[in-house]
Design a protein around this ligand. Sequence first.
Ligand SMILES: [Zn+2]
Ligand SMILES: [Zn+2]
Length: 395
Amino acid sequence: MERICDLHIHSKYSGGTSNRIDIFNIASNCKIKGIDIVGTGDCFHPFWLKELKDNLVEYSSGFFRVEQVPEVSFILQTEVEVIWKYNSQVKNAHFLILIPNFEKLDEVIGFLSKLSNLSNGRPKVFISPEKLILNLKSIENLIEIIPAHIFTPYFGILGSKLHFNSIYEALGQGVEHVYSVETGLSADPQMVRMISELNRFSIISNSDCHSINFHRLGREGTAINFNKLNYPNLIDSIRRNKIVKTYEFKPSEGRYFYNGHRAERHFNGIEYYCSPKRNINKCPNCGKELTRGVLSRVYELRDQEPPNHHNFQYIVPLLYLISITLGGTEYTKKNLLIYQKLIRDNKGEYNIWNGNSNYNGIPNELINAIEKIRSGKYWFLPGYDGVYGQLQFEA
Ligand SMILES: [Zn+2]
Ligand SMILES: [Zn+2]
């Protein structure tokens, strides 16, 4: 049976402040939205770990749930910022880590706490990716390490600020134990497949959301076929590329698609962005180097034509679509009520993009907007330098 997974989220200990947010809230929001399997986020954090241990019950190898919401499975997951020196340059890259059970998690924490302070949602760990991967693999082969949002400028392993032109160079011997890469919001599988050295990696997509913004859970996701729900089967699907499809942002919606400088960088408040095709490196407003986006980076690394057939599907966050269409924001009460009704009536957000059309009591403008998204009649003013792209409809 096909299940929707969001394997990269964060807890309230990564920047969020509301104590109201707990593992139960994450579970119930995943259920409403149609997410079957979700990462716990931040599982190295001592307070969050305590909450996980107190509330999660392992019902199948490596799959956990909270009693009140048995429909949603959790796996132990975190993201770390790996910091190391390479050819006398300091490098920072994000990695997603999936862990099969609490015993192995305690071992990993025991090892990493000697190198790093883990009391951060997404901790900084001072070790090379190669050593990180080899050490975690010596603890347990089922621990999965996945380079996160690989093209984003600051922390993606192939991002423009890291200056690695090959994932093999960046990960050293560790690369042999890596089977998968995460696209990030500003890239899609087609862009990954323009780079031949990435051909052997499966592709996953996740929300990377902070759980305080529940509607962002599953804004990107990965559909995987399971015969039996457990952690070894999940890892097997990732390693043997048995992924059904990923749900993707249009990359132009992501915050690092084009090259540019956002308005706050300039005293006159003028923003600037440009396509990589224009080949402009310096900002005409401030003269400093532009933040290079993902598209530019992929153009630089690409060495093959991507295949015509792709197993992914573009989606637009529904609550965002509602706020664009009906006015207000993603936090306006009226919009939230319409959102909740729509996803309740259609048994989840993905079902709407996959053809469910229970539009009972929904304003016509919104129905039209949903239909336009479904038929691909939309585009984005591209995102750049931390600014999201802006949705535009074709006439
Ligand atoms: Zn990250
Ligand atoms: Zn500038």
